[in-house]
Design a protein around this ligand. Structure first.
Ligand SMILES: Cc1cc2nc3c(=O)[nH]c(=O)nc-3n(C[C@H](O)[C@H](O)[C@H](O)COP(=O)(O)O)c2cc1C
Length: 426
């Protein structure tokens, strides 16, 4: 039977906005090691394939109000995941690093070191950091423009993967008697020089226990798909409609030389409870602190003080503001009555698959997406941590295991083994 691959995010995006105020939201400010260890260990009890850390090189707040009301801090991924490698034994560890603000040698070395420390459990989530809000945090230098970034990233990724392969798996022998540490003939510098890069190699980290760390990349557009199938093994994407997901899946797989070596994992949000009504109630409870919705009010120029998702939308346009008029017109056409309904409508096209219901119902949809070739699995994005991870692992995972679509225990030791990917990178 086909098996789901399930990764998860080690950050709860909603908590970063208003969700940190929720009574059940954990905090990593005082004791990050304790907090993240707990989340990782719960995920590992659930036999998840990997945990990953999204990353950006800026804070998200653009106004003093957002700086006041939102959490804008987290931890650097490789540092955090290196610590997590010491408190876990099997789960994969996927760190985000940008091709724009690093050199290939840095990235290859950091991820390879994480891979060594964890016994072959590391992955690299590749991002190109397009935002101006990130650029302002770095000294200007010889850096690609946004238009050049994809070409730059493609070469960057090839160099990182070549550095990971610069020592053959059997190169290091540590023969003390004969004084042979490594077979020099099995170590391969790349002597690379091109428009962007000068990398002589080889890497100064031993070869990977899993052949090479796993490469992941997030995106959706056709241009992204065309690029990513050539150098990426896990595609993280955002899809919430089954038909659209099937079309995306078919398109990516037909572009890939080895379709089974490119896994498609859409983001998944889950609110699970014993009954559907309870789960819906829980969703409303989470949304109490959802200040994203309030940004819409800001956009419309409404007074935000005292606004909640349940606040009714004004019946008539009272402001001479173009966005306000347009948004209100959409709301009226669709019969939307509250700020929350408007928010749900505006984000419906642009959000991860969100399943609210019982564990059986959630498992039904996950299995349907697997069986109908809409996904190879999912990246679970918890609303709040650690509570949402605990609920997912204790309630949804056992149902998937009973149905035989998710592992009862890890079959192997490395991330590549969990994902059933061959030793070679694509
Ligand atoms: C689900 C998802 C998650 C992403 N996470 C990040 C991230 O953590 N950091 C980042 O810099 N970019 C992130 N991105 C942006 C992508 O790295 C990439 O720049 C963008 O999706 C380009 O692909 P496109 O051509 O499909 O837009 C994410 C994109 C998607 C779809």
């Amino acid at each position: 039977m086909k098996q789901l691959k399930i990764g998860a995010s080690l950050l709860a995006p909603r908590a970063a906005q208003g969700g940190w105020r929720h009574p059940q939201a954990g905090s990593f400010i005082q004791q990050p090691l304790t907090y993240f260890t707990e989340v990782m260990q719960i995920a590992e009890q659930g036999k998840l394939d990997f945990m990953f850390l999204p990353d950006y090189y800026h804070i998200f707040a653009t106004t003093p109000e957002e700086l006041t009301a939102h959490s804008n801090v987290w931890l650097e991924p490789v540092t955090l995941l290196a610590a997590m490698s010491a408190v876990t034994t099997r789960i994969g560890l996927v760190a985000t690093l940008s091709t724009t603000y690093h050199e290939p040698y840095h990235v290859a070395r950091m991820i390879a070191s994480l891979d060594q420390l964890s016994g072959g459990r590391a992955g690299w989530n590749i991002v190109t950091s397009r935002g101006e809000t990130e650029a302002v945090n770095f000294s200007s230098g010889h850096r690609p423009t946004v238009a050049e970034r994809d070409e730059h990233a493609t070469q960057f990724i090839a160099l990182v993967q070549a550095l990971w392969r610069s020592w053959e798996p059997t190169a290091i022998v540590e023969d003390r008697l004969r004084g042979i540490f490594a077979h020099a003939s099995q170590v391969h510098p790349m002597q690379h020089k091109s428009k962007w890069f000068a990398v002589e190699g080889p890497l100064n980290v031993a070869p990977s226990p899993q052949g090479a760390p796993v490469c992941m990349q997030a995106g959706k557009s056709p241009a992204f798909r065309a690029r990513a199938v050539k150098n990426t093994e896990v595609l993280f994407t955002q899809l919430n409609d089954l038909q659209e997901a099937k079309a995306f899946y078919a398109d990516v797989k037909q572009r890939a030389t080895h379709p089974e070596r490119v896994l498609i994992l859409p983001g998944l949000q889950v609110i699970v409870s014993a009954t559907e009504a309870e789960a819906q109630q829980k969703k409303r409870d989470y949304e109490r602190f959802d200040t994203v919705a309030l940004r819409i009010a800001k956009l419309m120029g409404l007074d935000m003080s005292g606004l909640t998702l349940a606040t009714p939308l004004p019946k008539q346009a009272t402001k001479d503001n173009e966005i306000y008029q347009t948004v209100l017109k959409v709301a009226q056409q669709k019969g939307l009555k509250t700020i929350g309904e408007l928010y749900n409508h505006l984000t419906a096209q642009n959000s991860h698959l969100t399943l609210v219901g019982t564990a059986e119902q959630i498992a039904d949809t996950m299995t349907q997406w697997l069986n109908e070739e809409a996904a190879d699995g999912f990246i679970f994005i918890p609303h709040l941590l650690p509570i949402a991870m605990t609920e997912f692992v204790q309630q949804v995972i056992p149902v998937l295991q009973r149905r035989g679509v998710f592992r009862a225990d890890y079959e192997g030791a490395t991330l590549r083994e969990h994902l059933a990917l061959p030793l070679t990178t694509i």
